[in-house]
Design a protein around this ligand. Structure first.
Ligand SMILES: Nc1ncnc2c1ncn2[C@@H]1O[C@H](COP(=O)(O)OP(=O)(O)OP(=O)(O)O)[C@@H](O)[C@H]1O
Ligand SMILES: [Mg+2]
Length: 271
């Protein structure tokens, strides 16, 4: 398999500008090296403050690394060139409603992603938006809807549409499904699995749910206080976890009903 994504000694430090200790350096991520192959799904797990979102943001280009480099298909990604990255690496956020523009129709928001990243004409953009709405299980009428007119599951489908519309290589999702109720979450995860199969997109997601991780991830990264604790294939980490924290995170799950729901038929139903 081709190496799709490589992180080489990527770290992130923040310097506090104010507060009671100005100038104090906070290490959100110690130098991290890892590789992801094309089409693979990586789950990032760890306790709160362990650096999961920091990794997601660094990969998506929302933050610049303090040290190290990130390569996509062997090509160094320029941390200052957001446009170069936004075509290939897309992010889905936890709060779907807040990540959509309340004053713009769904059709327009999806067209804007194309305007920014492609050279399609406005007619081609409209056709592509309609096709993408269908792909994520939405209706042509939703083109004219505003975000508040949609259910939370439909809003998350719009966010997925905005991510896939430019045919990306990687989608990064930071706890993107946590606020959805379990059955809708199962539908959204199945939708992602279907799209991944159709479009061979790699998927990187931050999750606290061992059940979801076991169900969808090829590789798991366990973090603690900004440091890598364990990284490997899901199968190996399930059967032979090397670290106590891995055992703990992969055994603990408060959302047991997700697997049963996601194991049922893949769906594109309307919520
Ligand atoms: N902009 C920032 N300025 C200063 N410190 C930050 C900033 N962003 C993150 N940090 C710190 O970096 C550390 C890692 O944060 P991060 O958001 O990556 O954690 P996380 O694993 O995603 O946690 P959670 O599960 O709560 O979302 C935390 O100690 C956090 O306070
Ligand atoms: Mg986080």
């Amino acid at each position: 398999m081709t190496k799709l994504l490589e992180l080489k000694n990527v770290s992130k430090y923040y310097v506090h500008k104010d507060g009671w200790l100005p100038g104090r350096k906070i290490c959100a991520l110690e130098p991290l090296t890892l590789t992801l192959e094309r089409g693979e799904t990586l789950a990032i797990m760890g306790e709160t403050g362990s650096g999961k979102s920091t990794i997601a943001k660094l990969i998506a280009g929302a933050e610049k690394p303090s040290t190290g480099e990130i390569y996509l298909n062997g090509q160094l990604l320029d941390p200052r060139n957001y446009r170069q990255r936004s075509r290939h690496i897309r992010m889905i956020f936890q709060d779907s409603l807040r990540s959509l523009n309340p004053q713009t129709t769904i059709g327009r928001q999806l067209s804007e992603a194309l305007l920014f990243n492609t050279t399609l004409t406005s007619e081609e953009q409209r056709d592509h938006v309609m096709l993408t709405l269908r792909k994520v299980g939405l209706l042509p009428d939703h083109y004219h809807f505003y975000p508040h007119m949609l259910s939370s599951g439909q809003q998350q489908r719009v966010c997925i549409a905005r991510a896939i519309i430019v045919d990306p290589q990687i989608i990064v999702a930071d706890e993107a499904f946590v606020s959805l109720d379990p059955s809708i979450r199962a539908q959204i995860i199945n939708l992602i699995l279907d799209l991944q199969e159709d479009m061979s997109i790699s998927f990187i997601f931050v999750s606290h749910s061992a059940e979801i991780v076991k169900h969808v991830a090829d590789k798991i990264l366990i973090m603690h206080h900004g440091k890598l604790v364990e990284f490997g294939s899901t199968q190996t980490m399930m059967l032979q976890p090397q670290e106590q924290l891995t055992r703990l995170l992969l055994q603990t799950d408060l959302q047991n009903n997700v697997t049963a729901a996601t194991s049922s038929s893949h769906s594109t139903t309307q919520e």
